[in-house]
Write a protein that binds this ligand. Structure first.
Ligand code: B12
Length: 308
């Protein structure tokens, strides 16, 4: 289990780079110029005393907004580390479920930070840990092994922990593209929508988030006011198929008239809707979303090669 307190008095180059959201090369340059005091180990690695890093941040007005490599890494429970190294997602899912149901809220937050710090990509956390983990929690609830209260708490702790993780990740530079996110009026499930929004944000997109239970009229109004490049709707609990079709195709029509693309995601999109002409793609994973972004970027490059 990840430890709960920061014990590191000495930071590595990687730690400092993450702390200030800069590259390791930048940190090495600061150290070599003497602006950031460091000691070198016999092996030539730079080590930074916390007090020197704090002083450096104060003098240069740098805000340490990034995340440290998870504190006390050395004492971390071996099983989790081995699971990460071996990319044993079954164990990671199991650990997620345990932490999500733990009464200590910091457990889940630390777990997400820990996974990310150890090179488990954001989309992998969402698709390969969170999604199967939440499905497991749903099954436990259906089997009567956990209460409604526990399921609700796990959901809201998850949303909080995802927000905390988002504040720690490295974001790409702004792309100038924007996207609007919403769930339809009757939809309370919004964790998947959150994941999609965070992934776009991490890729440098400006995101507008309307959240769960948004009336279709309000989604259309927001498209009119905000002019997003893309609108994304997440569907988990299917409405009566004709209602879902009516609501989504309305969003699609309004979007296309405004030159906005419509993406639909989530586990509740009926298979029959995948080929409909009024949307620009149905996606059931964060990985698929990244492919969309890659294609979008390639198309934009092809349209205006000079801007790159
Ligand atoms: C958490 C949860 C809740 C929470 C929601 C909290 C919240 N704020 O979101 C609460 C407790 C409130 C809830 C309530 C209900 N729930 Co519920 N819930 C779940 C549960 C356990 C997990 C869902 C989840 O968050 N998954 C994690 C996310 C990350 O996965 P995801 O949504 O699939 O998203 C991923 C992809 O699909 C994709 N994605 C999703 N959206 C988008 C969008 C875009 C644009 C893109 C690109 C990608 C993308 O990316 C994500 C990452 O991989 C599921 C169980 C399950 N098997 O999923 C049941 C489940 C969804 N719930 C279910 C039901 C029935 C309900 C209730 C109707 C129960 C009831 N009788 O009251 C109510 C809903 C009431 C209502 N008015 O609608 C059923 C739905 C069955 C069905 N298909 O109809 C499920 C499947 C449980 C079950 N097996 O019966 N629920």
């Amino acid at each position: 289990m990840p430890p709960k307190a920061v014990h590191k008095a000495v930071l590595s180059t990687v730690d400092v780079a993450r702390l200030f959201n800069v590259t390791e090369t930048t940190v090495k340059r600061w150290a070599d110029e003497g602006t950031l005091k460091c000691q070198k180990t016999p092996g030539g690695h730079r080590k930074f005393q916390i007090r020197n890093v704090v002083e450096f941040a104060e003098v240069n007005h740098f805000e340490p907004t990034g995340a440290l490599t998870l504190p006390g890494e050395d004492q971390t429970n071996g099983a989790l580390r081995v699971a990460i190294l071996e990319r044993d997602f079954q164990t990671l899912v199991h650990t997620f479920v345990e932490k999500a149901l733990s009464p200590d809220r910091s457990d889940l937050r630390l777990l997400f930070s820990y996974l990310y710090e150890h090179r488990i990509a954001l989309w992998e956390i969402y698709d390969l840990v969170l999604k199967p983990g939440m499905a497991e929690i749903g099954e436990r609830w259906m089997r009567g092994e956990i209460s409604i209260a526990q399921e609700h708490r796990a959901s809201y702790e998850t949303l909080d922990a995802l927000a905390k993780l988002q504040s720690e990740i490295l974001m790409k530079l702004p792309t100038g593209h924007s996207i609007l996110f919403a769930c339809l009026d009757e939809e309370v499930h919004e964790i998947g929508l959150r994941c999609a929004a965070y992934l776009f944000e991490a890729e440098g997109w400006q995101t507008h988030y309307l959240g769960a239970r948004t009336p279709v009229d309000s989604i259309c109004e927001a498209m009119h006011d905000l002019h997003p490049d893309v609108v994304a709707i997440s569907v988990t609990t299917p409405l009566a198929p004709e209602d879902l079709l009516r609501q989504l195709s309305r969003v699609g029509d309004v979007a296309h008239n405004a030159g906005t693309r419509l993406l639909i995601g989530g586990s509740g999109v009926p298979a029959a809707m995948r080929q409909a002409p009024w949307h620009d793609g149905v996606m059931d994973s964060g990985r698929a979303l990244l492919t969309f972004i890659e294609q979008w970027t390639a198309e934009r490059r092809a349209q205006s090669p000079a801007r790159g």
